[in-house]
Design a protein. Structure first.
Length: 243
């Protein structure tokens, strides 16, 4: 039996998505690679309309980008509340524990009889061991080591394993080469439009550019076997968003 799973993905929107935009159809999964908002980790905007727009469009989750992160925890709470869909980052460690309720390392969804694990990774905003870690009580763990920790455990639970990566294309390539067991990396941060997926170590890497100029669509054909499901084939396309 083959199950077809349709995924739409965006990244680095930076609050540029047209207000009247709608996706042509409803995908099985709608995901974002981070940096959707117009604010940043130092700039606070009382409201981020793009998060409400993404909520209305039905996003299932996004990587915590360096813009969604903020040193003031109450601002991250407000951003997460406005979105109401999961922010994912497995390598952000809050030494106070206050943001654990709003930022999850991963989520697992059941779609069309498939268990899909989605793990989030964020670029290291604070240098490891720096003075700023002590000031703000945040640590950004090594994303590669974090993936090495989580992927084997998630692989046991899921038929399909996706990483929402706000690390940039070059780091995504390193990640795919170093950590086996990842089916798909949906990238962001480097603003790299990939016309076709990169295939490394049986991992597909995709990224849709930036500034809401386009979104990616990938259809995964998951074949059932006596050992579970495996990715038999895929179809990928970048679709331009007309302003």
């Amino acid at each position: 039996m083959i199950i077809e799973l349709t995924i739409f993905h965006t990244n680095d929107i930076h609050n540029k998505l047209p207000e009247d935009f709608n996706f042509p159809v409803t995908p099985d999964l709608l995901l974002d690679g981070g940096d959707a908002i117009g604010g940043s980790n130092t700039v606070f905007r009382f409201s981020e309309p793009i998060l409400r727009k993404m909520k209305a469009l039905g996003y299932h989750g996004m990587a915590l980008g360096n813009r969604e992160f903020h040193y003031i925890r109450s601002i991250m709470y407000r951003r997460r509340e406005e979105a109401s869909f999961p922010f994912l980052s497995a390598n952000l460690l809050d030494l106070t524990g206050r943001t654990e309720k709003i930022i999850s390392p991963f989520l697992i969804k059941e779609i069309k009889d498939l268990k899909v694990a989605i793990l989030g990774l964020t670029v290291q905003i604070l240098p490891p061991g720096s003075f700023w870690e002590k000031i703000f009580n945040f640590k950004f763990l090594d994303p590669l080591a974090t993936a090495e920790k989580y992927v084997p455990e998630l692989r046991k639970q899921a038929d399909l394993l996706i990483i929402l990566s706000h690390l940039g294309k070059d780091m995504d390539i390193i990640l795919a080469g170093r950590v086996p067991g990842i089916d798909l990396i949906i990238g962001g941060h480097s603003h790299t439009p990939l016309d076709k997926p990169l295939e490394i170590n049986k991992t597909l890497i995709v990224q849709a550019g930036c500034l809401a100029k386009s979104f990616g669509t990938i259809k995964l054909n998951m074949q059932q076997s006596d050992k579970g499901y495996f990715l038999e084939s895929f179809n990928f396309k970048i679709i331009t968003i007309n302003e």
